[in-house]
Structure formats: C-alpha cells, structure tokens
Design a protein around this ligand. Structure first.
Ligand code: HEC
Length: 710
C-alpha cells in the first residue's frame, strides 16, 4: 500500500476505536494516486467514514457521518483545537472539504485556503479577485457555499460566474471557464458538484432578472457539456441549442405576455444532487422575475419551471421529470433548498426518495425515479396553501394569500420556512434535521412597478396612504409571531419528531455525527443535541453565529468537527433590517476535538459612537433620501439605516467628508462598496447623506437614544 501524502501520514495508533481503524484501512485501500485531493468517482460514491470529499459528504447529501468518537458520553470534553481568521466581517456559508489530512475552505469573495487539518497551518490561499462591483448583484452577500474536489484539483465557482480548477497541492489555477453571460445580472454563490467527471453548477439572479440555467462542464478541462434553461426564452429568437430545447415548448405554454422581457428568473442557485444508479441530476429552481405573478405572466399560468425540482439525464442534461412545488409562485418561495436522498420504507415498500423542505413551508417526499409526490406536510405554519392535494400533487391555494394592491399578511415570508442552510438526515433515527423559521410578511403589488435592468425587480411595495397604514399594522402583528427552531422531522410519518426553540432566525446548517446533531445557533454558539430527542448536550460560544454547514473528519484516529462562524447572508440581512445586530468577531473557521483547550481572543469592545454632524437639510430632502436609501442601500445597510454590513448612522467625520467619493466614486470598492454613479446623481447622494445624518441624530444625536430602540 502506497502512502497518499508523505506530509500527512496516516499513523494507525494503538487503541483506536473500531470505526477509526476501518476508516483508515478503507482510505488506504482506495489509494491509487499520490497527489493531494486524489478524488475519483469510486471515492465519491463510497467515501471513507473519516473523510468529507463533497458538499453533502455522500452523493445522497445526507450530511451524516458514522464517526462517533465524539458521542453522548464524551461530548462534554469537546473543546476548540484551533481556529483560523478569515479576514472578513461578511457572511461565510461554505461547507469545508476534508481530504487526506487537508481541510479546504472557502470564505467571502470566494477566497480559498487549504489548511493542515491537524493544526490549522495554512498551506496555500487562492484569491480569485472576484470583482467587488459584482457584489451588488448577489442578493445576500458575496458568499460561497462550498467547493468540489476532483483528481488532484479543488473546483471553485466565483460570484462573477467563473468555474476555476485549482491544483490541490499549490492552489494554482489549472483551468477557468466563464459560465454565464455578463449582460445579465447572474451570480454564483452555490457549491459546484462533481458527478462522474462532470462539474455541475447553476446561478442566482432571479430577483434582478436573469434567465436561470444549470450547466455541466468537463471536470478535467472545464469544457461546457450541456445546459438546461429553467425558463423559456424569447420565442422570436428560436431554440437555444441547449439540452432543455426538448421541453421549452411545453414550458412556454405555461407563460403569458412578454415574460422574456425580464428573462423569467427561476435561478437554480443552490442545491444540485446526483443519483449514480438512476444517472439523474436533480436541482431545485428559484422564484420568477418579477415576483408578482400578474406582472410576470399576465393572465396566469404555472410558469414552468419556477419553484420546482427538475431531474435531467446526467449524461445529456435532457429533461426526465419535474415536480413544481409552487405553480405561479409570487411570495419569493424559491425551491432551491437541500435535496437529500434516502431509501425509505413507506406503506410497506422501500421507496427511493428525495426529501425537500423548501421555503414554502412544506416537507416534500418525492419518488426520485419518477418525480411523483409520495407525501407532503407543512413543517411550519403555512397560509398560502391549505395543503398539497395527494392526487394531483398540486397545492390547494388559499385565495386570501394571493395579493393585489391591498396588503395581505402571509406566512412563510421571503426568508422561508427553511432556507439554504443545509438539511441533514440520519439513517439511524430516520429523521431529517434543519433550521426552521416562522416568518409573517406583508405582500402587495406596487401599482407603479416598471422593470429595470440590473435592479431588484420584485414588483412589490409602493404603499401609500391607507395601504401604508394597513401594511405597518399587519406587519407589527406578523412580527409578534416570529419564531425559530431546530426541527427534527419524520419524513415517513410526515410529522414533527422534536423541536428546539432558538432565540431568532439564522440558525445554521446541520451535521449528524453518529447519534449527535450539530448546528450553529443565533445564540452565537455551536451546539450539539441528541439526535433521538433533541436533548441539549454541549454548547460553545463562537462570538458569531455559524450559519454554514459543519463537517466532521478523522485524522490520526482523532475525530474533529469543523465549522465556519461568519454571521451574514440573507438571514443576517433580515435580522439587521429589524435592527437586531449583535457585537461579533470577524469570521473564523473553528475546529474542535476532545480534550482540546484553545480559546478565542476576547471580543473588541464596541467603538465609541462618533458625534453625528448637525442636520441642516430640509425635510423634503431627507424624505427624498429616505426613499432612495430604501431602494438602493437598505439591502446591505439595513432598513432605516440600522445595522447592516456597516451601520451608516455611525460614520466617522472622515467618512462623512468622503461620502460622495465612496457612494459615487467607488472609494471603498475593494471592500465591497461599489460606486452607484450609474443610478444615482450627486443630488441623490446628498439626499441620502442628509437622511443618514437625520437618522443618526434621531437615535443618539443629543446624547439620547440607543442602538436597540428599533
Ligand atoms: C451590495 C451591498 C451594498 C449596497 C447595496 C450598498 N453598500 Fe455601502 N457598503 C457596503 C460594504 C460591503 C461596505 C464596506 C464595509 C466595510 O468597510 O467593511 C460599505 C460601506 C459604505 C460606506 C462607508 C461606511 C463607513 O462608515 O466606513 C458608505 C458611506 C456607504 N457604504 C454608503 C452606501 C450608500 C449610500 C448606499 C446606497 C446608495 C450603499 N452604501 C449601498 C455594501 C453595500
């Protein structure tokens, strides 16, 4: 038997638990290639117990590891082994990979680092220089959810659409492929997946107006192989010459009006899965553009393939089946969340299923061979539908949740009952685990909506007069009902097994290790629960809520748990918009093992608040600024200028002086604050500035007020 990596030898120490021995032997037997990250189809199909070779660990993406050195008896001894600073305050959503002694991680702006998994020593870092101005097109921060490994290479997808294959030994790029046309506001935040020599990746952009597609590329060369469009294109332009051509006519029949004018949307921005036996690739698809169905497809229609699970032939990318979870979707329920496979005994026979808990609040169990609905039930309160008709597989819509100009309160909201935070499944307990969220949001159609390229094109809002009053009152009522949990769901019985209430939304992805459930929480901790009943067993303060999916691995007979702790992304935006921001440490990769005693440095004390400048602008100017701010800046800097990536009520004297250079001149472009000169005039910038000064004075100008008053 040849050693894979001379620098990280596998030393089978005495006294290892059986499982560890098996894992080491398994890894050794599979060795053929001596390069790092020597991952081939055979290893991806049956990864050794101690390794984490792909995003969901196994093709079925259960995020289950059989490792159990850390267990109910020993977990009390779990401590921090090492950590690595990620040099960012932005959200970090990546699931790291662990391959033969090396941890490969991806941080904000797609920066990839390889670490010695034993001690955190950085082996190399690769920064793809994702253009900071492209950050404006990512709805929810410049995050990446993970990496793929293939034959000595680590494959990365960047925000601006590049697939880059890095030499796993050096971090040097081997090939680069631009996956999308930059004339549309596409972005990539999902993890690429490698299936039998192909890399498969989708894209985001449906909120702004991009025509979503999934593409497959040769994993050795980056050459494009097939492409499947989620929505039909402009009929006057003829076929796309893509794998999806065979079903675009069928899809087009479900749309009305000039849907192609804003590109349809349907972004497949996250989950992609593969069944190597059925040779099918599955992906979830997103919302449409605009979100308001009456604007998108006037006169109705299901609008295929929005908010669906689609199965295509892995070789050709051709359509095999689809299941549309929300026909004519208009509440921003994209259906991209984790697709988890299992073989479950249902009604006396073993079914090959796909499990899915998308934003719409229902837990779906589908036959993954045919796409037929086996069962569905709501895992959080749901008002948009009264249930899913088991005969037709279609939702029974609640007409009261269909909105027009009159504001209506609906749950779930755009945050989703469950969002991208990876779901896990334990073959032992036969339960699925995921963070869930009860969010109520007011919806109404903006009567003055006009789509604009490269801008948010929801079609919502425009509240004035009575509608505005009603909206505020309804939203207040909705906010009171907000709740968040870690949920354990029985997919066979379609019912709740247990739930742990957590303080607020934004709890992280889930890992099951042996009989333990591991999750980052909004208590700013990593927490461990008993998989059978949710009993809390262990919790560690992480100084920032870990939203990413944790992993576990075995090295030299020692089990580790690794997670990125970098609060940010869409959940943080929702929380910040409500003024709920916590002091937090910069993002870090944290790695734990038994009997380790490392500690995190103390959090820096909050900086003194700078005295806001006096307000000299007129009320009209402040009003104008408020409207422009809400439209252009609130996404990143928080509603009412509270919190966000940088709290603009707290600008220093110097920042006030540089305000226009920053907002129009692109002075802080390298930090992700691109110029807005293309859509704002100098007068606009002055009005926004006036509004921000007014907000700072309102909250603590004359020595009064405090940060938590919103
Ligand atoms: C796509 C996200 C995004 C949007 C939209 C956005 N910003 Fe920013 N902004 C940032 C980031 C990121 C930073 C840098 C934070 C840092 O310094 O770490 C920043 C920083 C700033 C700063 C410097 C603040 C300071 O105290 O250092 C100002 C001023 C600013 N933004 C104004 C605006 C205004 C005005 C708008 C709307 C016209 C806007 N931004 C829209 C992401 C955004």
């Amino acid at each position: 038997m040849k050693r894979r990596r001379p620098s990280f030898p596998l030393i089978p120490a005495l006294g290892l638990i059986t499982c560890a021995l098996l894992a080491v032997a398994g890894a050794a037997l599979a060795q053929k290639d001596s390069r790092p990250a020597a991952v081939d189809s055979a290893r991806l199909r049956a990864p050794p117990a101690g390794q984490w070779l792909s995003d969901g660990r196994t093709y079925d993406a259960q995020r289950f590891s059989p490792l159990d050195q850390i267990n109910e008896t020993t977990v009390g001894r779990l401590g921090l082994a090492w950590y690595a600073d990620l040099d960012t305050y932005r959200g970090v959503e990546g699931t790291p990979l662990f391959i033969d002694g090396v941890l490969y991680n991806v941080s904000a702006w797609d920066v990839v680092t390889a670490y010695d998994a034993r001690n955190g020593k950085a082996l190399w870092t690769y920064d793809p220089q994702a253009p900071r101005e492209w950050g404006r097109y990512a709805c929810c921060e410049p995050v990446s959810r993970g990496l793929a490994a293939w034959k000595g290479h680590i494959i990365l997808a960047t925000l601006d659409g590049r697939l880059i294959s890095l030499d796993a030994a050096t971090g040097k790029p081997a090939w680069t492929t631009q996956t999308f046309d930059k004339s549309q506001p596409y972005s990539i935040t999902g993890a690429p997946r490698v299936f039998d020599g192909k890399v498969v990746i989708g894209n985001g952009g449906a909120d702004l107006g991009a025509r979503g597609f999934v593409g497959a590329y040769d994993a050795d060369t980056g050459k494009p192989l097939w492409r499947f469009y989620v929505t039909p294109g402009d009929p006057s332009k003829g076929p796309d010459h893509a794998a999806s051509d065979s079903v675009m006519a069928m899809a087009a029949k479900t749309w009305k009006g000039d849907w192609w004018a804003v590109n349809g949307g349907g972004a497949p921005w996250d989950s992609i899965a593969y069944d190597p036996k059925l040779k099918l690739v599955y992906f979830g698809t997103g919302n449409g553009t605009p979100l308001v169905a009456a604007y998108r497809s006037p006169g109705g229609g299901d609008n295929l393939f929005l908010c669906s699970v689609v199965a295509v032939n892995a070789e050709t990318g051709r359509y095999v089946w689809h299941y549309q979870e929300v026909p004519s979707e208009e509440w921003d329920y994209d259906c991209n969340q984790t697709l988890v496979q299992a073989d479950l005994k249902i009604g006396g026979r073993v079914r090959q299923v796909l499990m899915h808990a998308p934003k719409d609040g229902f837990f779906y169990v589908l036959d993954r061979k045919t796409g037929q609905l086996i069962s569905a039930n709501n895992y959080v309160p749901v008002t948009w539908a009264k249930g899913i008709d088991p005969k037709t597989g279609r939702p029974i819509f609640n007409p009261a949740a269909r909105y027009d100009l009159d504001p209506v309160l609906v749950t779930p909201g755009p945050g989703g009952g469950h969002n991208w935070f990876p779901m896990a499944f334990s073959p032992r307990t036969r339960l699925a685990y995921f963070p869930s969220y009860e969010q109520w949001v007011v919806y109404a159609r903006d009567p003055d909506f006009k789509p604009q390229p490269f801008r948010s094109n929801s079609g919502w809002g425009g509240y004035t007069g009575e509608a505005l009053k009603k909206r505020i009152a309804l939203q207040k009522e909705g906010d009171k009902k907000e709740k968040a949990w870690l949920t354990a769901w029985d997919p066979v019985a379609q019912k709740l097994a247990w739930q742990v209430r957590l303080p607020r939304h934004g709890n992280g992805g889930v890992l099951v290790s042996g009989d333990l459930v591991v999750e980052g929480t909004t208590r700013q901790t990593l927490a461990i629960f008993r998989a059978s009943d949710g009993k809390p067993l262990w919790e560690f303060p992480t100084q920032s809520a870990p939203v990413a999916g944790p992993i576990t691995y075995l090295l030299d007979g020692v089990q580790y748990i690794a997670v990125n702790a970098g609060w940010g992304g869409g959940a943080a935006q929702i929380e910040r918009s409500a003024g709920k921001e916590l002091p937090r440490a910069p993002a870090r990769l944290l790695v734990f093992r038994l009997d380790a005693k490392a500690t995190l440095p103390a959090l820096k004390p909050e900086e003194e608040l700078p005295e806001p400048p006096p307000l000299r602008a007129s009320e009209a100017q402040v009003q104008k600024g408020a409207v422009l701010y809400a439209r252009t800046c609130a996404l990143c800097h928080g509603q009412q200028a509270v919190g966000g990536v940088k709290d603009l009520r707290r600008m220093t004297r110097q920042t006030h002086a540089q305000f226009k250079d920053i907002v129009l001149g692109g002075l802080r472009k390298d930090k992700g604050m691109a110029s807005f000169a293309d859509i704002l005039t100098a007068d606009d910038a002055d009005a926004i500035h006036a509004y921000l000064i007014a907000r700072a004075n309102e909250d603590w100008g004359k020595g009064g007020g405090d940060d938590d008053s919103h």
